[in-house]
Design a protein around this ligand. Structure first.
Ligand code: GP9
Ligand code: MN
Length: 632
């Protein structure tokens, strides 16, 4: 670059470099960002660059004096953002988001103690500002009257774009589907920088507020009519058979039904579960209904009996909505509620969402003793997790509702040799091969868990609910899956593979009278089914699920992609299949026809509730006037 050009941007370059290094130093000293390899470290290092070049680059549109003034102001502004995050992180172990900024209760906690959160070392954060200020005031080298030419500006912003896409490219390679699939703030900051994360957050926020602003209570009236028309009476005989018991719900990570009662090299894959279902209510035509939000979507469905969103994770897009979630219903019935999961509390935005759902407590990573020896893959091993969870459960006020989220059977299905109780499979898919030992391990962990509940006196007065959260083996592994199942994986089979276990074990009851329930259902039916067993009435709830034990329940379940399954038909990708043969049926499309519209309608009603935050219009089981929402 010519000297002239350089002097036009030298103040800019200096400010950028200062801020870049400062951000990286803050990443390393003030935030706890887990780095697993050198690529991740590199991404972390370069990620502030695109934003900083951009924001300081705007200075090129000003003449020199104003330019430097602008750059100084931008430096103060960016430093302020960093500082706010550092201080917030010190208290909450999390990055700032817009909903959090407006969550007065959170901010109230911080309140007066904000000054006490400052540390002497924070002064380091203004060091570069002082240098820039001093240069601006005293050093004429940084003052020329030159304007940047059009060409130079274009070249500069092309460079900014190149840096941005380079960053995004390697981040996507390191963490596929970063922006659509993973909504962990730490992950976003680690990959696209704390600054771009705020921009992303602002974008989501504005979209969401627009949709919310346009909604009124009339939309809810129509939906309530639909819900009421589709509600069936729960099973009367079974109503209240588990009244007053603790509810222990276990989310089985990535567990699909195809492993149940199935052998690999002559060995059962889930021997414990296979025995347990003989003493339980076992639902054999049960499907997960999750979308991109994976585990978090399943949590949303289970606790709300609503559908997750077609795009993104509702936990991330609408964490602050008004919900009528299980914890609130349980609370009204004298229950204490909690979630137990040994991961960062901010993963999937859980900390915020659980507050909205009304949970009394989230036992997150900090509640567990996690070290290298008791961890594998994503974190704490299931056996240890269950073991420690029972200890925590012993201290809970009873009756309680607690949801435990397992972790070991998560892609990439890593497991230490000492924990392998079954061989890997032998196929072209490393993922499928490794799936079996981790499923087997999870099954063993479950066995130990229930034994421990018995030892510790928590078994008899509880009901145990098991469900698979979502698929573990995606369609990318169809060939290997076909080899294992001994049949070609057609779109029909692929949809059938979305079946996950749903098992309700009621000590003293289901062991004496187990049932196999073939009624077609999905995760939205879990809440109404369990509530009826507990004798809790959910007739006033706006929910799409129904009691799966009710004779009247229609054999129909809608998956998030619009596919659906009835008693004898399966519809996916616009094709109607005969369930008995797995073959498409052209001559008799009526089998699917009546449900196609219904499926779409139901999903869109559910979306409307979420995007419009419609449940805010529902108070004390009545729809209230939409013109005066509760001032939120
Ligand atoms: C992470 C765990 C896994 O906390 O729930 O999430 P997933 O990737 O399955 O959605
Ligand atoms: Mn999961």
């Amino acid at each position: 670059m010519r000297r002239g050009s350089f002097s036009k941007i030298s103040f800019l370059v200096l400010a950028t470099i200062f801020m870049w290094l400062k951000t990286y130093i803050i990443y390393k000293t003030s935030f706890n960002i887990k780095i697993e390899n050198i690529t991740q470290e590199f991404i972390l290092f370069i990620n502030p660059l695109s934003f900083l070049l951009f924001i300081f680059g705007i200075g090129l549109f000003f003449k020199e004096k104003n330019r430097n003034r602008y750059i100084l102001a931008a430096s103060f502004f960016v430093t302020f953002i960093l500082m706010a995050n550092v201080i917030f992180y010190r208290f909450y172990d999390d990055f700032l988001t817009i909903p959090v900024l407006f969550q007065t209760s959170n901010m109230g906690d911080l309140g007066s103690s904000i000054t006490s959160l400052f540390e002497i070392s924070d002064l380091f954060m203004v060091l570069d500002l002082l240098i820039l200020l001093w240069l601006y005031k005293s050093n004429p080298k940084f003052k020329t009257d030159l304007r940047a030419t059009r060409k130079e500006k274009t070249a500069y912003f092309l460079l900014v774009a190149a840096v941005f896409f380079f960053n995004l490219g390697i981040a996507e390679a390191e963490r596929p589907q970063l922006l659509t699939r993973s909504f962990d703030r730490e992950m976003l900051v680690k990959n696209i920088s704390v600054f771009n994360f705020h921009l992303y957050d602002a974008m989501l926020q504005s979209k969401q507020s627009a949709q919310r602003a346009l909604a009124d209570s009339n939309s809810l009236t129509e939906i309530q009519n639909y819900v009421d028309a589709n509600r069936v009476d729960p099973n009367e005989e079974l109503a209240g058979i588990a009244k007053g018991r603790n509810v222990i719900a276990i989310s089985l990570e990535s567990t699909q039904s195809f492993v149940v009662n199935k052998k690999l090299n002559g060995k059962e894959i889930t021997p414990y579960l296979n025995d347990l279902i003989k003493e339980s209510y076992n639902f054999t035509n049960f499907y997960h209904q999750t979308g991109q939000g994976k585990t978090s979507d399943s949590e949303f469905i289970v606790d709300n009996s609503l559908y997750p969103l077609g795009r993104g994770a509702v936990f991330f897009t609408n964490p602050g909505n008004k919900y009528m979630a299980s914890p609130d219903i349980f609370k009204e019935n004298g229950y204490y509620s909690s979630v137990m999961h040994a991961n960062n509390k901010s993963f999937w935005n859980r900390d915020l969402v659980y507050d909205s759902f009304g949970y009394d407590k989230f036992f997150d990573l900090d509640s567990y003793n996690v070290n290298e020896d008791n961890s594998i893959g994503w974190g704490l091993k299931d056996k240890e997790f269950f073991e420690q969870s029972v200890e925590l459960m012993k201290e809970m006020p009873q009756p309680f509702y607690t949801r435990l989220i397992t972790l070991t059977n998560h892609f990439p299905f890593e497991l230490g040799e000492e924990d392998k109780m079954i061989d890997e499979y032998d196929s072209s898919s490393r993922t499928l091969n490794r799936y079996f030992p981790t499923v087997r391990y999870q099954d063993e962990a479950l066995k130990r868990f229930i034994e421990k509940l018995k030892e510790d006196g928590l078994y008899e007065n509880s009901i145990i609910v098991l469900y698979g959260d979502h698929y573990g083996i995606s369609e990318n592994h169809n060939e290997a899956m076909g080899q294992f199942l001994g049949k070609e994986i057609t779109p029909f089979e692929e949809t059938q593979l979305q079946k996950v276990p749903f098992v309700v074990h009621i000590p003293g009851i289901t062991d004496k009278g187990p049932k196999t329930i073939e009624k077609v259902g999905g995760q939205i039916d879990i809440r109404p089914t369990i509530m009826n067993l507990l004798g809790i009435n959910t007739e006033d709830q706006i929910q799409f699920g129904n009691d799966l034990l009710s004779k009247e329940k229609q054999d129909l379940t809608v998956l998030r992609d619009g596919s659906f399954i009835t008693k004898d038909r399966l519809y996916t990708d616009g094709v109607c299949y005969d369930k008995a043969t797995g073959e498409p049926i052209d001559e008799e499309p009526e089998g699917c026809e009546p449900f196609i519209e219904k499926a779409k309608q139901e999903l869109s009603y559910s979306d409307e509730i979420v995007y419009g935050d419609l449940l805010r219009f529902y108070k004390e089981n009545k729809i209230v006037d939409g013109s005066k929402p509760d001032g939120q």
